[in-house]
Design a protein around this ligand. Structure first.
Ligand code: GNR
Ligand code: NI
Length: 173
């Protein structure tokens, strides 16, 4: 049911989604608790990733689980792209902040990322496939970028109107 520790997810076109996140200063109890609540929120929403930006916390923190079994947690704190393959591929993306909208985005097919894990230990992750896509999508969130910004202005405006209308109707219901 509705767990009290679920965090509300900001929805496009909320301007707070365009906030640039600041580095996490210390992996302390506050961050560990936030990580738990972000995983709970992500699993509840059936997402494969969630950036702190989406829950209105503007610090460089991402949670990911791209496994079928929903039991392979990955935490990226202060992530930096060390390398991105020049080879790109266009794939269908969705976003918990842009519900019901799916469209193609070009991403590097592989990335190497350096980040702290949930224990504050530095790790290097070599990703490809869905994980590589997800990491790039989440790192964009930390820079205040939502995937619809890769689409044409026409598509973006249509998506914006559709979501504004849906949220208006949800409020009236
Ligand atoms: O759950 C999600 N699925 C997804 C599918 C294709 C490309 C990226 C994603 S990430 C998204 C969750 C989300 O919005 N993370 O920010
Ligand atoms: Ni997203």
């Amino acid at each position: 049911m509705n767990s009290p520790s679920l965090l509300p997810i900001l929805r496009y076109p909320d301007p707070r989604l365009h906030t640039v996140a600041q580095p996490v200063k210390a992996v302390d109890d506050r961050i560990r608790s936030l990580i738990e609540r972000m995983f709970e929120t992500m699993y509840d929403a059936n997402g494969i990733g969630l950036a702190a930006t989406q829950v209105d916390v503007h610090e460089r923190l991402i949670v990911i689980d791209v496994s079928e079994t929903r039991d392979e947690r990955l935490v990226l704190i202060n992530p930096e792209i060390e390398w991105a393959s020049p080879e790109k591929r266009k794939g269908e993306e969705g976003c918990l902040s842009v519900p019901g909208i799916y469209d193609g985005v070009e991403r590097s097919i592989a990335v190497r990322v350096r980040a702290l894990d949930g224990n504050g230990v530095e790790r290097t992750i070599d990703a490809q496939g869905m994980l590589a896509v997800c990491i790039q999508h989440e790192m964009d969130h930390l820079l205040g970028k939502v995937f619809v910004e890769y689409l044409s202005p026409l598509k973006r405006d249509r998506i914006k109107s559709k979501l504004v209308k849906a949220q208006r109707e949800a409020l009236r219901a």
